[in-house]
Design a protein around this ligand. Structure first.
Ligand code: AMP
Length: 225
């Protein structure tokens, strides 16, 4: 494996700003962005077999079964653009998913560089997520923190902004419960391997990004030594 290759996992509750950090990291490094939530939403929008399988789980805020998600991630990891580094967002969410990823990495002779945990309190998450609105093309706004110029309309293409079904308050609570239940184990899992790095997601996106970059720079130096 090239010492410069970055294989990263972003971990954090829904609404922690992982999408924003992912966008910025991809401006810094050539990383394939693999976001299982986006992939599943797209499959649903296209009405594929995968989308139909995922639908009922997603609407309840439940996890889609491991074998379904593992299948789509392993397939995606095999694509050309993921060979020089990737950024996983929303995967793994369970220990069996983490085990499947570890097995695939071992098979490919690669390894995870770091697991970036963006921490934010539940109270703040509910505030952030319940105000989140998205355009048809997936651009994200917030009614208070990042409002569009014209209420309810996307700045870029003017389409109507909507609330994701699973951003509604009851579903957010269910997603947070599920997140804590599952992620506590993943945090221990990656901490035990010395891969976990923690970031304070209550800080501004720029500060979080700066901290992540500093951490990655150190890791790269260590890897090159
Ligand atoms: P996200 O956009 O990452 O919050 O994902 C939205 C929804 O997709 C989740 O609430 C789950 O129903 C499903 N999902 C995404 N990634 C996974 C995963 N790794 N394992 C199981 N379900 C997932």
């Amino acid at each position: 494996m090239s010492p410069l290759e970055l294989n990263l996992i972003l971990l954090g509750p829904p609404g922690a700003g992982k999408g924003t950090q992912a966008e910025r990291l991809r401006e810094d490094f050539p990383l394939a962005y693999i976001a299982t939530g986006d992939m599943l939403r797209e499959a649903r929008a296209q009405g594929t077999e995968l989308g139909r399988k995922a639908q009922e789980y997603m609407e309840r805020g439940d996890f889609v079964p491991d074998e379904v998600v593992i299948g789509i991630v392993l397939e995606r990891l095999a694509a050309d653009d993921a060979r020089d580094g990737f950024l996983l967002d929303g995967f793994p969410r369970t220990v069996p998913q983490a085990d499947a990823l570890a097995a695939e990495m071992a098979e490919l002779g690669r390894r995870i560089t770091a697991v970036l945990l963006v921490e934010v309190s539940d109270e703040e998450i509910v505030k952030r997520v319940s105000g989140r609105r998205v355009s048809k093309a997936g651009r994200t706004y917030h009614v208070d923190y990042d409002p569009p110029k014209h209420p309810g309309r996307c700045d870029v293409d003017g389409t109507l902004l909507v609330q994701r079904e699973d951003d509604k308050p009851d579903v957010v609570q269910a997603r947070l419960r599920k997140y804590h239940e599952a992620t506590a184990q993943l945090i221990d899992y990656y901490d035990a391997q010395g891969l976990l790095r923690r970031f304070d997601g209550a800080r501004s996106p720029t500060e979080v990004h700066d901290h992540i970059r500093a951490t990655l720079a150190t890791l790269r130096l260590e890897n090159e030594l």
